[in-house]
Ligand binder design. Sequence first.
Ligand code: GLA
Length: 379
Amino acid sequence: MSGGRGQAPDGGPVAEGPRGFAAAFGHDAEAGADAPGRVNLLGEHTDYNDGFVLPTATPQRTRVDVSRWTGPGIRLHAAEYGTTVAFDLERAPPEHHARYVYGCLRELAALGVELPPLELHVRSSVPIGVGLSSSAALEVATLRALRRLLAIPLDDVEIARIAQRAEIAYAGVQCGIMDQMAASLADTGHMLFLDTRSLDRRLLPLPAGGAMLVLDSGQPRRLAESGYNTRRDECREAARRLGVASLRDVADPAAIEALPDPLRARARHVFAENARVLEAVRGADVARFGELMNASHASLRDDYQVSVPALDALVGLLQSHPDVHGARLTGAGFGGACVALCAPGREAAVANSVLVAYAALGHSGSQRVPEPVATSPGA
Ligand code: GLA
């Protein structure tokens, strides 16, 4: 695996950012950068167990433009909300989105970076709150913009680590490092094979003959934070009882069967999920990759218990579609989005028929990746 310290391109689209900054603050931004969301293809709830993950970047990105100003404090304009909030480094702002930016600033300050009064403008096309890591995109874009403005010598891995610390400390989720590494190092043309213990990584081609489709179940991610932190505690306890530093180190799956439930079920998921990532990376064809995704969903539903009935229904409809190789929930679960690997060119047709069947079950879902092409009425 390569362990390069190069910087990923961070110029990118979402071009309205600089114009939006001028409209919000009456002068031009001094610097700007962006970062994508992520779709995890395989390797769910493995990152905080020191395991393996396989995310790719979303085409949607978050852009942050920034400038010094006369101050005092920080002013943050979020184009999606149409609001400007003001805060300083002493007190965390109540607004959820502002906390991610605040967390990044606090972490930079803790590293000794002298922060001047700042104005920041955020514009994002990453869907919010569906499990595509809009928060990591915001953190990484913020840190990249500040790296550029203040010439801070940080590489992309350091940016990911700072972003993860910001999320843990200021958003209250004991997250692993997958999302921030993906936002910092993944691109849309590859999957990022990441060893979350060593942070060794490799960009690999997406499964040949497969096209990615992401559908949002429309189910809000209830209990995501508390449920997530509980899973994390359960894994820690399972590892302790098995006498290993983390579940990644379990060598004999038979030992897992001696654990009491739910620790047994949680550990079984993590063990099998790591094996699925490694099998995919060794070279699964698209059909086998799809089977691994289906097995991942079953394990997340039955052993890890982070799915919800509506998400299971949507994944089931995708899995039984003839143009789909495999499908699973993506991200932390508890609601939110799922990802399918489809026959190339069939994404829109699959999305349409599956979403109609999903609506017939009384649910309202939507397509997120690729972004559906807007058609005029009657077209
Ligand atoms: C969230 C966390 C990640 C990871 C996934 C589950 O997205 O932020 O660190 O644990 O859930 O795989």
